[in-house]
Write a protein that binds this ligand. Structure first.
Ligand SMILES: C[S@@+](CC[C@H](N)C(=O)[O-])C[C@H]1O[C@@H](n2cnc3c(N)ncnc32)[C@H](O)[C@@H]1O
Ligand code: SF4
Length: 398
């Protein structure tokens, strides 16, 4: 893994980015069908969804959030889901207009839309481009038709590749997601699949190990032994292969599951991992807002129709709005920041919490090869430390 934080210039750039970054996340909570592994806030409705009514609610919540957090300059917008590519381009355009009406928007703002790679959705890509989207993130998930079927996906590999080609033709930036460590997946098969993915991906890939989420159909199948995932050793081999192949192809991991050419990182996701400020709009969306010097952790009602009712009656759908204690904020900073290859600035941890990280623990972890200090003072997890990231973070936060 390269060392993206090794020079002082880079450290200055990071500080500058941090001072300016403000992201807006907008959640579209519907999908055409529910994938059996997924525990995102996504819902299937058989009746037609009243998009105009949702749009009015998004506009109201954007206005209410901007009133609480005025004067920001938006550096990234992320339309996530669910399946936001089910929205009409005009709805997406109106959401972006509402954001632009309430906040200043940075020149070169990154506007990402998550899309499912079906042929129907790909026909809307040109419209999204015209509406102001400049990056798409496609949920390809697998380059193998049997796996796609097992994952409950409604597209084939061919359809996904066609959608990637349409994305390439319409957007200067695009990414796609794959899930690995799938049932029966061998290192050889993953190697071939990943190499094909890299040849199709221009600058960014998200590669997630299959997680068996509680209360999903996959969890039931897994428990009963009908769905068998690779054992720990095979999963580790698949992870190591992923790092090796991506790094060799110029797409190193800049975060646990995200790979990019240097400079092509998803700026919106960096907002989360670097502990910057973001607004959460829509059902179940989380936000982090700095108001009167205190960090507020917000979360909206998850159920789409209940969220609509809340927004229509009182202007926003928040059900949680907590001021984080300094130590909670610092722990979150550590937990999120150490996911990044660039690591964290320990001085910022101290500024947030009033505590310093235990130098004895850092020394021990460094001697084990799990963390390293860079010349600019950053503390980062090493490639050997990432597979045991949770333990490293728990040790440092203790
Ligand atoms: C919000 S979801 C997907 C967006 C879009 N609806 C789609 O499915 O294409 C974001 C990504 O999380 C990943 N994901 C979701 N559930 C997962 C699980 N249980 N294990 C691993 N990755 C998962 C998938 O790669 C997915 O594309
Ligand atoms: S993986 Fe994507 S399409 Fe499938 S249910 Fe989850 S959000 Fe919807």
């Amino acid at each position: 893994m390269p060392d993206p934080a090794a020079t002082p210039d880079r450290a200055q750039d990071r500080a500058k980015d941090r001072a300016q970054a403000f992201g807006v996340y907008v959640h579209w909570p519907f999908c055409l069908s529910k994938c059996p592994y997924c525990d995102f806030n996504s819902h299937v409705r058989h009746a037609t969804i009243d998009e105009a009514r949702f749009l009015r609610a998004f506009e109201a919540e954007i206005a209410a959030t901007a009133e609480r957090a005025p004067g920001r300059t938006v550096t990234s917008v992320f339309l996530g889901g669910g399946t936001p590519s089910l929205m009409q381009p005009a709805t997406v355009g109106a959401i972006l207009d509402a954001i632009g009406k309430r906040w200043a928007v940075a020149r070169g703002v990154e506007v990402t839309l998550e899309a499912n790679p079906t042929s129907v959705e790909a026909t809307r890509f040109r419209g999204y481009r015209a509406a102001g989207v400049n990056r798409v993130s496609l949920g390809v998930q697998a380059l193998d038709d049997a796996s796609l079927k097992e994952l409950g996906r409604t597209h084939t590999v061919q359809e996904a590749m066609d959608a990637v080609a349409i994305a390439r033709a319409n957007f200067e930036r695009y990414s796609f997601d794959l899930i690995y460590a799938r049932p029966r997946q061998t290192p050889e098969a993953w190697q071939t699949e990943l190499k094909r993915a890299i040849s199709e991906a221009a600058e960014h890939l998200s590669l997630y190990q299959l997680t068996i989420e509680p209360d999903t159909p996959f969890a039931t199948l897994h428990k009963s032994g009908k769905l068998v995932t690779p054992d720990d050793d095979t999963a580790r081999t698949l992870y190591d292969l992923t790092q090796e192949i991506c790094s060799a192809a110029g797409l190193p991991a800049y975060e646990v599951s995200n790979h990019a050419r240097p400079g092509a990182e998803c700026r919106h996701n960096l907002v989360y991992w670097r502990g910057d400020e973001y607004a959460g709009i829509g059902p179940g969306a989380h936000g982090r807002l700095d108001i009167d010097g205190r960090r507020h952790a917000t979360m909206a009602e998850k159920r789409p129709e209940a969220w609509l009712t809340l927004v229509e009656t009182r202007g926003h759908g928040l059900v949680t709005d907590e001021v984080l204690l300094p130590e909670e904020r610092a722990d979150e900073f550590l937990l999120m920041g150490l996911r990044l290859a660039e690591g964290i600035d320990p001085a910022r941890y101290t500024a947030l919490s009033g505590r310093t990280l235990d130098s004895g623990r850092i020394e021990t972890l460094a001697a084990q090869g799990f963390v390293a200090r860079d010349r600019n003072g950053s503390l980062r997890v090493t490639p050997a430390g990432f597979p045991v990231l949770d333990a490293v973070v728990a040790d440092l936060a203790a």
